[in-house]
Design a protein around this ligand. Structure first.
Ligand code: HEC
Length: 207
């Protein structure tokens, strides 16, 4: 009788210890994954902030020195290399995209495309949407953090994205030349224009 009670007690103890270890490990893994996402979001937001600031600095400088006609050349020539450079610095993908694209190489991925089509296209600067994220999970355990931040048009954007009357003739000519499939005109101030995006890889956490 005594032996059997001891055996049962032993089995029960082993069960509790193993169970607790398992739960602790799972909790630890979840906490590590959560921390990885939070850190990824901070890195994404920082890289997007840097891209936004350097594009804005370039645009403002060109607009002040030569107006829209000079700025459009700078934009057309500098936007892609500048974005590439920031990708290199960040070590992950960062860029801009939209539903109505000017440069087809800025095409969105599925997550962002769906979000823009459903949520964002009807929003405006008067009631702007916040940045959003989504974690994509792969079979091998790796994950990819998608981060995107809406862009609304200011008055200074209309010389290149506004109505035909708002876009100077030289700019219209250059747009027709450089971007024959341009769909990024006809916007008004405050309209949703697109998003800054970042995609941060989140490597698998062991266990
Ligand atoms: C001087 C002309 C000019 C002005 C002003 C301008 N843009 Fe653009 N914009 C461009 C050009 C050219 C491109 C294509 C760049 C490329 O090749 O990636 C572009 C591309 C974009 C894109 C990338 C998506 C796409 O359609 O390819 C976004 C988003 C954007 N502009 C938003 C803005 C906003 C917001 C402003 C105002 C702060 C602005 N632009 C002002 C010329 C301009």
């Amino acid at each position: 009788m005594k032996g059997r009670t001891l055996l049962l007690l032993g089995a029960w103890l082993a069960f509790v210890v193993l169970g607790t270890t398992y739960v602790m490990k799972a909790v630890g893994k979840r906490a590590a994954m959560f921390k990885q996402v939070t850190e990824g979001e901070a890195r994404a937001a920082e890289a997007v902030g840097r891209l936004q600031a350097s594009l804005k600095a370039r645009l403002t400088e060109a607009m002040q020195s030569g107006g829209p006609a000079a700025a459009i050349e700078v934009c057309a020539e500098a936007a892609q290399p500048l974005t590439e450079e920031l990708r290199g610095d960040a070590g992950f993908f960062v860029g801009r995209t939209a539903l109505r694209l000017r440069n087809p190489s800025n095409a969105p991925d599925d997550f962002v495309l769906e979000w823009m089509a459903k949520a964002a296209s009807r929003s405006s600067a008067a009631a702007p949407l916040e940045a959003a994220t989504k974690v994509e999970e792969f079979i091998d355990g790796d994950r990819l953090l998608h981060f995107w931040q809406p862009i609304y048009l200011g008055a200074q954007c209309l010389a290149c994205h506004g109505s035909a009357e708002q876009i100077p003739a030289e700019v219209r000519a250059l747009l027709a030349d450089e971007y024959p499939d341009d769909r990024a005109t006809g916007f008004a101030e405050g309209d949703f224009r697109g998003v800054f995006v970042a995609r941060v890889p989140l490597p698998k956490i062991g266990g």
